[in-house]
Design a protein around this ligand. Sequence first.
Ligand code: NAD
Ligand code: GLY
Length: 358
Amino acid sequence: MKTLSVDLGDRSYPIHIGQDLLQRPELITGHVKGRQLMVVTNETVGPLYLDSVQQLFTGFELETVILPDGEQYKTLDTLNLIFDALLEKRFNRSCTLVALGGGVVGDITGFAAASYQRGVAFLQIPTTLLAQVDSSVGGKTGVNHALGKNMIGTFYQPGCVLIDTNTLDTLDDRQLAAGLAEVIKYGLIRDAGFFDWLEAHIDRLKARDKSALGHAIERSCTIKAEIVAADERESGQRALLNLGHTFGHAIETGTGYGSWLHGEAIATGMLMAADLSARHRWLSQADVDRIEALLQRAGLPTRAPDEMDETRFMELMAVDKKVIDGGLRLILLKAIGEAVVSGDFKPGLLNETLTSAA
Ligand code: NAD
Ligand code: GLY
């Protein structure tokens, strides 16, 4: 087992990574506040892991709320189901919410914890690769709006992240690949050596080799923890974690939440960011080809869907959270392992990237 720390002063918290951690109550129960515990999960993950999680918290007053499964349910209406359960069971301010599931459950539960009675404790038990390397760490919480992805939410940090890599055994291949997109993102933005390692080990990762997965999760969480500790509220370098997201969120919103997985949309978005970087001569075409090859070997799409023409992209990208004072900022690459936030890309070259993306 490895333990990392997200260093945020008195809000610092551990990330435990390893196999069989759902059998290790001592790692997590110390982070519970009060005796009342609400485990939030969904109709897919609940039947798989709720029993183990109930064992983990033996001795607490434990209730559960089971949400419908899917990105299309990451809404205010679903959030309300958690508030209904908390109020019906008379949960007080000294309680703890536990997110058991992927990024959808984690983001909604974190937002519920941030706002229930003006803030209660919460813990993350992420069960998808994407949630284990990204969404469970760093405190971004929230829900989607019909007009934009993740538009309603807040920053609110968990008290502990418990990553049992055995939970990946039940994840389907498409979801595993979606998580690999975020893993590849860390190599692209911060660590060329890790990108090389991913090129060498992608087949082991796809085969769910636990040692390779453990290393990929640890390296990803280390990079994320460093960035979050330096810029929790995204006034600077945290924006780099959004490589591919402006294009990707447009694809997710444009195709209706749920048909493209978040990680799939981010994969295509990262290649679009690489393409635009190459059109500015910041990145070589050979590097763009390496990125495309790795994404494809991971089983990820690299072409935007046909319905996403240039006009639709521009319309949807205009509501991106990285638009400041009317100007769009994009995360682009100066090299593999070196991302920058840029507002001074050439609009003509952006048009070329958008028209050639599909
Ligand atoms: P998800 O939560 O929808 O999970 C994917 C699917 O896998 C779901 O059907 C889920 O029920 C199922 N599942 C989860 N764990 C499983 C397991 N162990 N075995 C079998 N099935 C399992 O999707 P996701 O990819 O985990 O997360 C995507 C969400 O995360 C998006 O809403 C995205 O916006 C958000 N996100 C947030 C952040 C952040 O910083 N907060 C970062 C990245 C992504
Ligand atoms: N996934 C982007 C972030 O956490 O900032």
